[in-house]
Write a protein that binds this ligand. Structure first.
Ligand SMILES: NC(=O)c1ccc[n+]([C@@H]2O[C@H](COP(=O)([O-])OP(=O)(O)OC[C@H]3O[C@@H](n4cnc5c(N)ncnc54)[C@H](OP(=O)(O)O)[C@@H]3O)[C@@H](O)[C@H]2O)c1
Length: 292
């Protein structure tokens, strides 16, 4: 298969590139293909002639988006629209990533793809607008909503907690938001499985790793695993705080657990638990000395 990846230098983009040596790949970072440039996107699709495009590009600064809505909508809505238009013109599918932040978090159980959306902030609104653009412009699409992505690359919660645990004695972590951590490598495997399955069941799906947790409990799991792997941590205390106490600029859903049953049954795939992925990512980081 010939695959074009937009946003190839991000967490997901790098993992897809790592897992696709058996395919012909154009891994386009933002300098090679800026998805907000409609002509650049068309040119790349026409020149490379992919069998499918994966959009791993995003404006992902949830807090900064509150004061930069133009930048967030430009990448997350207009960039997605440019890719969807080019894919439709070429008659190829677009795999597009979205977020748990399209929900308002008021539901008590896991969100299915049939639940009403209601983003609380600019980032979620811009991603929701991107979903709508993809649906209206490119019939052959897979929209995958995911959550709490971590990997050995880029910036993410796992790396932040490890970094702070090596330098500080006390961390304050939110305990009133529930969700599912998702390793970029597992997300990439799921995407490739769906593409390679040949199942043409276009539409919107959820993809995250079981089981649901809070940011506070996730931080505890990260520190515990790093301890088992002999990281030189300080004896860090992880204090529970509410999102309100932390006072970040963007509101986030209190519950953003995603029900992934549709993805698993449609593509005959079992998404593994995040705990095993966490062990691997922490081991990779230690091996590469990426955090300390
Ligand atoms: N990370 C999470 O916790 C999370 C949670 C839910 C959903 N998601 C979704 O999952 C997907 C993958 O996320 P991720 O964590 O891999 O993101 P990431 O690590 O932030 O990577 C995003 C990539 O997009 C690139 N990009 C930004 N603007 C671009 C543009 N105009 N043209 C081309 N590329 C551009 C960035 O490149 P530069 O660095 O060069 O700007 C960056 O490499 C995104 O759709 C995101 O919204 C992520």
């Amino acid at each position: 298969m010939r695959l074009l990846i937009a946003g190839a230098n991000g967490q997901l983009g790098r993992e897809i590139s790592r897992l696709t040596s058996h395919h012909t790949l154009l891994a386009a970072d933002s300098s090679r293909m800026d998805i907000t440039d409609a002509d650049a996107v068309k040119r790349a699709v026409l020149a490379f002639r992919p069998d499918a495009v994966i959009n791993a590009a995003a404006y992902r600064f949830v807090d900064r988006a509150e004061s930069e809505p133009g930048a967030a909508f430009s990448v997350n809505r207009d960039g997605a629209a440019n890719l969807a238009g080019a894919c439709h013109a070429a008659g190829i599918p677009l795999i597009h990533l979205s977020t748990d932040c399209v929900f308002d978090g008021s539901k008590q159980s896991a969100y299915s793809t049939y639940d009403a959306t209601g983003p609380l902030g600019v980032y979620g609104a811009s991603k929701l607008a991107g979903e709508q653009a993809v649906r209206s412009l490119c019939e052959r699409h897979l929209i995958l909503r995911t959550s709490w992505v971590f990997s050995p690359h880029g910036s993410n919660f796992v790396k932040k907690i490890l970094e702070l645990s090596c330098t500080q004695e006390e961390l304050r972590v939110v305990n009133d938001q529930r969700g599912c951590p998702t390793c970029a490598g597992e997300l990439a495997s799921g995407i490739l499985h769906a593409l390679e399955s040949g199942v043409e069941a276009w539409g919107t799906y959820h993809f995250c790793q079981p089981s649901p947790t809070t940011w506070h409990a996730f931080a505890g799991a990260i520190v515990a695993e790093a301890g088992r792997q002999d990281w030189p941590l300080r004896s860090v205390r992880i204090l529970q705080v509410s999102a309100r106490e932390l006072g970040l600029p963007a509101k986030r859903p209190a519950n953003s657990v995603l029900d992934c049953t549709d993805f698993e049954t449609t593509f005959c795939y079992t998404i593994p638990a995040w705990s095993a992925s966490l062990d691997t990512v922490i081991r990779d980081l230690r091996g590469a000395s990426r955090v300390i």
